[in-house]
Design a protein around this ligand. Structure first.
Ligand SMILES: CC(C)(COP(=O)(O)OP(=O)(O)OC[C@H]1O[C@@H](n2cnc3c(N)ncnc32)[C@H](O)[C@@H]1OP(=O)(O)O)[C@@H](O)C(=O)NCCC(=O)NCCS
Length: 145
């Protein structure tokens, strides 16, 4: 069966209202991340992955920086555990491969480690706090396809 959602890569300019809505719901309201930490200057230069339902509702998002750092992966609660996060990551990993990056990394929230491990990422170093939440760095070596 085909997915009940689509994922596309968008610029901040084109995706801003929907990307903001998802991150406000997931990071600021659900996870209590302070607004001033959520929004930064990198959004303008990132490529963003945006998942939409077939009726156009915002479902999930993520971003990749120009240095291969992936972050802000968020799936709206009712859509979790349906492979939306996996599809967002695959879109961002394809973007990284097309840019010929050899490695990508994430600062994973500790609860999300199994999610990134399911995509092949490995943990590196010690846990640290960011926005009050425990994180750990994870990396993935990209093999050309
Ligand atoms: C983490 C998150 C992005 C995962 O998205 P998702 O769409 O639910 O993930 P998927 O359905 O693609 O899951 C793929 C695999 O990841 C793992 N996984 C996903 N969520 C998990 C969880 N809460 N606990 C343990 N493993 C999990 C499982 O191995 C899963 O495979 P399975 O369904 O066959 O068991 C989502 O839970 C989320 O948005 N959480 C809130 C925001 C957040 O914490 N983002 C991460 C910031 S680093």
């Amino acid at each position: 069966m085909s997915n009940p959602f689509t994922v596309s890569l968008v610029s901040w300019h084109d995706g801003e209202p929907l990307l903001r809505a998802i991150r406000e719901t997931v990071f600021i309201r659900e996870q209590d991340v302070p607004e001033e930490l959520e929004w930064d200057e990198f959004d303008e230069t990132c490529r963003h992955a945006l998942a939409l339902s077939l009726t156009g509702d915002a479902v999930g998002c993520g971003r990749i920086l120009t240095n291969g750092h992936i972050g802000r992966i968020a799936v709206m609660q009712p859509w979790r555990k349906q492979k939306v996060g996996t599809a967002l990551m695959e879109a961002l990993l394809n973007e990284a491969r097309s840019r010929k990056y050899q490695f990508v990394d994430v600062d994973a929230q500790v609860h999300a480690v199994p999610f990134y491990q399911s995509l092949g990422f490995s943990t590196e170093g010690e846990e640290f706090l960011d926005a009050g939440l425990p994180h750990i760095k994870m990396t993935l070596e990209l093999k050309p396809r």
